[in-house]
Design a protein around this ligand. Structure first.
Ligand code: BGC
Length: 731
């Protein structure tokens, strides 16, 4: 198969058939998030698209992997590759051809409701993880869809807000992750809902056509986000290739209730997990008007635009408003991806598409990623736990695994382990359980589409703080599991833990000075009780292996390998604390903090983070020595585990570039590269760290990427605030 095949098909296709390949349609099997029917006459197979970044979302169970933020906290792109391969295999097993992920928007706003789907506040970390996951997915024959292109950094007003951002900042901060995902072979890119400098991203010719396609050489498909198109001619001529979902919201909901659609899970359905999130009193069909009562101005796109291409594209082509060559290009791009993965050879073998779901390997990987991403923020020596410690397990949700946030990334797990189950399976001492706080419910954008089932929450009396305190009093150690609430289509209102979880922690810690707090959150959380806790752990959304992964780290069977891919600080310390910047005023979010996002801001202003970017303790200790530059883009050093147990270290290299000729702003230091390595007690190793060229360069509107000549200082350390050695690279 080759471009000849694609050319041959293009020559055979009629106008109506071509148009059918530029937009989604109703999935007759009701399994996919999106569906393009193909053209039977020419053996072009149907194409199925499925969410998403944390696991495959059909109405059947799949491995519920940890959140993207947990994966990124591993600082190990090889793990990302494995993760991508597993996602791809699960997609194949569920008969899906295109995976709607990874999500890789930069973490600009700590409140963003989808940060758990994204990697980092740093473009190099983001790019390496995006590339790893894309490479893994594509290696299985499934198309990866990095999303949401670009500057979709908040959920508040995501469908309308304009990110007002200058070119240098776009190039240095927000675009690199997408560039790396494209270079890694992504076959599709999803445009975002928001506008950039006033233009909807689905209509942004400069970014879609000039930058993504022409400059970066992207030959795949640009698809819209669901209902993320405002026009036909405007989007088609700007470079959009596929309009999704291609049908109206009503049709989408009907298909969900239709035979074969199972009335749930598929398309924009619920989480599919009947035990957690019933989709109506008796699994009723969805409401007749799914948009009734939903304020889509704030977080949701206009659901009436779903069928635009189906209704109007052919006419627009016939009227010459969209050149036929553009239509051909749209179709060619889709066919090229199908061809590339061998799908024009009669489609995948329906009897055996390859792939596998919920295998022991995938279960193991889900646990390994959760472990490797766990960040030990503070530890006064209480961890790792003694095998025979008597423990009290406390927290509102200790009897369930925290799978993820709400929205299109929800996965129905094949299996799950709660914290209580994980601790009970591992502990050799006694285990008492007292939740101490009413359950903190999952929230989901889909809740807005669900009829109110009148269920006001749990029956019976609320769990009491007193019970938790009593359990803590009798135990050697109290483990308090707390969580936040986050969903697509809304931002977190605050970085404080919801409900009275802070009070619960305070009460338990006042009783037992060996209190360990494990926070399962989408991102930064405020920890006013920090000084009172003996240890603080960031466990992100760990997915189905929550309990077993937590036990492995808390008991020290595995070293906590995670480091923070985002800075943790009180809400008012972030650059987006200014309303003009976030959520914006008059429909515009002004990115006038410029390059000073995340640690770049904290370093430039001297503001103190609670926990800096890159921070995380190991149970071992490490010494760094003998650093030198190998060449002008690589440094090496010796790392020794000076502790008495095996451990995992993440060496980070930050570049401080010389002043620019006209004194343009540069962040004090920028992460250039990193390396994650496991070392036995007493072991030393020479480690090379490859530095990203962009860490030395700045983007100049006329000259493009420019390296200013002079001495570039490279600092090697354990975090952005714990720098141990310096090397100079002359450029
Ligand atoms: C989300 C996308 C998702 C799509 C399909 C949208 O609401 O923004 O990330 O892939 O829905 O479910």
């Amino acid at each position: 198969m080759s471009s000849e095949t694609v050319d041959g098909l293009l020559a055979e296709l009629r106008l109506a058939e071509k148009v059918r390949l530029t937009h989604g349609a109703t999935d007759t099997e009701g399994t996919a998030t999106g569906f393009v029917p193909g053209v039977e006459r020419l053996d072009i197979p149907p194409v199925r698209f499925s969410d998403g970044p944390l696991g495959v979302r059909t109405d059947e169970p799949a491995t519920a992997f940890p959140a993207s933020s947990a994966l990124a906290a591993s600082f190990d792109p090889e793990l990302a590759r494995e993760f991508g391969r597993a996602l791809g295999r699960e997609a194949l097993a569920r008969d899906q051809d295109v995976l709607l992920g990874p999500g890789l928007n930069l973490v600009r706003v700590p409140h963003c409701g989808r940060n758990f789907e994204y990697y980092s506040e740093d473009p190099v970390v983001t790019g390496r993880f995006a590339a790893g996951v894309v490479d893994g997915i594509e290696s299985t024959g499934v198309v990866a869809t990095p999303k949401h292109f670009v500057a979709n950094n908040q959920e508040t007003a995501r469908a309308s807000v304009s990110a007002e951002v200058d070119e240098r900042v776009l190039r240095e901060i927000y675009l690199p992750g997408f560039r790396d995902a494209v270079d890694a072979g992504a076959g599709a890119v999803m445009s975002s809902y928001n506008r950039v400098n006033g233009t909807y991203m689905s209509e942004h010719e400069r970014l879609l056509t000039d930058v993504l396609k022409a400059e970066w050489g992207f030959d795949g498909v640009v698809m819209s986000d669901w209902f993320g198109t405002e026009s036909v001619v405007g989007t088609a001529t700007a470079g959009l290739d596929l309009q999704m979902p291609g049908i109206s919201a009503e049709e989408l909901f009907e298909s969900m209730g239709a035979p074969g659609g199972e009335g749930d899970g598929a398309d924009r359905g619920d989480s599919g997990d009947a035990d957690r999130d019933a989709d109506g009193p008796d699994g009723d069909a969805p409401p007749a008007d799914p948009t009734e009562g939903f304020d889509y101005a704030d977080g949701m796109p206009d659901p009436t635009t779903g069928g635009l291409y189906r209704e109007e594209l052919a006419d627009a082509v016939e009227a010459g408003e969209v050149p036929e060559s553009r239509l051909d290009d749209m179709v060619r791009r889709l066919l090229t991806q199908l061809d590339r993965h061998g799908l024009l050879d009669g489609g995948r073998d329906a009897a055996d598409p390859g792939g596998a779901v919920d295998t022991p390997e995938h279960r193991g990987l889900a646990e390994r990623v959760a472990v490797r991403g766990t960040v030990l923020l503070d530890n006064d020596g209480v961890l790792p736990l003694a095998d025979d410690a008597d423990v009290a397990v406390v927290g509102p949700n200790v009897d369930e695994a925290i799978l993820g946030g709400g929205g299109s990334s929800e996965v129905t797990p094949a299996t799950e382990t709660s914290p209580v189950e994980g601790i009970e399976a591992r502990a050799e001492g006694s285990v008492s359980v007292a939740r101490g706080h009413p359950r903190v419910e999952d929230i989901s954008l889909f809740d807005a589409f669900e009829p109110d089932d009148g269920n006001e929450g749990e029956a019976g009396p609320d769990p009491s703080v007193d019970d938790a305190v009593a359990a803590a009093a009798d135990a050697d150690v109290a483990l308090v599991f707390v969580r936040d609430q986050a969903t697509e289509a809304a931002d977190r209102e605050s970085l404080a833990l919801p409900g009275e979880q802070d009070e619960l922690i305070e009460a338990v810690a006042a009783e037992n000075d060996r209190t360990v707090v494990v926070a399962n959150t989408s991102g930064p959380f405020e920890a006013p009780w920090r000084e009172d806790a003996a240890a603080v752990v960031a466990g992100w959304y760990p997915g189905q292996a929550h309990g077993s992964a937590a036990a492995a780290v808390l008991y020290g069977d595995s070293d906590p390998g995670g480091r923070l891919p985002v800075t943790f600080a009180p809400a008012e310390a972030y650059p987006t604390a200014d309303e003009r910047r976030y959520p914006g005023v008059d429909g515009q979010a002004h990115y006038d903090e410029g390059l000073l996002v995340g640690y770049r801001h904290f370093d430039a202003t001297g503001a103190e983070p609670t926990y800096p970017f890159g921070h995380g303790h190991s149970y071992a200790n490490f010494a760094y020595r003998d650093a030198r530059a190998v060449d002008d883009a690589t440094v090496e050093l010796t790392v020794e585990n000076t502790g008495d147990r095996p451990g995992r270290e993440v060496v980070q290299a930050y570049v401080d570039s010389p002043a620019t000729p006209d004194d343009l702003e540069r962040p004090p230091r920028e992460l250039g590269g990193f390396a994650s390595l496991a070392l036995d007690a007493g072991e030393s190793r020479r480690v090379a760290v490859a530095l990203d060229e962009r860490a030395f360069a700045r983007y100049d509107a006329d000259e493009g990427w420019t390296v200013d000549p002079g001495e570039h200082a490279v600092s090697l350390g354990r975090s952005s605030r714990d720098l141990r050695l310096d090397v100079t690279i002359e450029r």
